[in-house]
Design a protein around this ligand. Structure first.
Ligand code: ADP
Ligand code: MG
Length: 243
């Protein structure tokens, strides 16, 4: 029998700081091509969850698998750079001393010279071809964000982790950039875990919402289901201010 593993499998993850649980028995799965939004108020444990998956923090218990391969448990810790996991954080800082082409090629062996086609393809898809030789300070915030997305996707990560990636951008630009980002993620077919505290963003982008509160996933499912059948009054209130 052939069983197909989910792209990302997070299994009963727990992490406490100074005795206080911050990630509390968190489990979820993300399939290839799927965008899951980890949604919850500030301080509920979203970034800690992401950092453990990335391998820059370590769980107290639980395990994580990528394509069925164990990347961490009580005895295993695959180093971050060997996890085939891409990262994009809020301050997606590009390398200021490198032109756009070398920023995008940064995670690729041999740099731009050895990867011209892949870099060109990605810059085309984020509509930044004309800026291939520009430096980050010559770009607007939205343009830098698009280059950062190209950089994160360049090595074809199995999983892409995005922590509040749009929160530094002008509010008026955000929905446009969200839609463009989503289209590119879907073309690439990677599995995405996107952290946000904005219900609107999760409703707009997610195939699956993981609603987090005080370190726990209190509800998970399609955006439509969470919106129409919130698990409790607190969840209902959270979704009620969606514009
Ligand atoms: P979120 O991303 O949802 O805003 P975080 O995962 O960043 O939440 O933080 C969750 C809680 O864990 C917060 O109360 C935060 O202060 C605490 N925390 C995060 N990292 C550490 C750390 N390295 N040491 C102690 N407490 C931490
Ligand atoms: Mg955070």
């Amino acid at each position: 029998m052939v069983t197909i593993s989910p792209r990302l499998d997070v299994d009963r993850l727990t992490r406490a700081f100074d005795g206080a649980p911050v990630v509390d028995n968190v489990s979820f799965r993300i399939e290839a091509g799927q965008v899951a939004c980890l949604l919850g108020p500030s301080g509920c444990g979203k970034s800690t969850t992401l950092r453990i998956i990335a391998g820059v923090d370590v769980q107290d218990s639980g395990r994580i698998l990528v394509d069925g391969q164990l990347i961490c448990d009580a005895r295993t810790h695959v180093p971050p750079e060997q996890r085939a996991i891409g990262l994009m954080f809020q301050d997606f800082a590009l390398f200021p001393h490198l032109p756009v082409r070398e920023n995008v090629a940064f995670g690729l062996a041999g740099g731009f010279r050895a990867n011209r086609e892949r870099v060109a393809e990605l810059l085309d898809r984020v509509r930044m071809t004309a800026h291939i030789d520009s430096y980050p300070h010559e770009l607007s915030g939205g343009e830098q964000q698009r280059v950062a997305l190209a950089r994160a996707l360049a090595p074809r990560p199995r999983v892409l982790l995005m922590d509040e990636p749009f929160s530094g951008l002008d509010e008026r630009l955000r929905d446009g950039i969200r839609d463009e980002t989503l289209a590119l993620l879907k073309e690439e077919g990677t599995a995405v875990l996107l952290v946000t505290h904005e219900p609107h963003e999760a409703m707009r982008m997610a195939d699956q919402i993981l609603l987090m509160r005080d370190g726990r996933i209190v509800q998970q499912g399609a955006p439509y289901n969470l919106y129409n059948a919130p698990v409790d009054r607190q969840a209902a209130a959270f979704f009620s201010d969606i514009n």
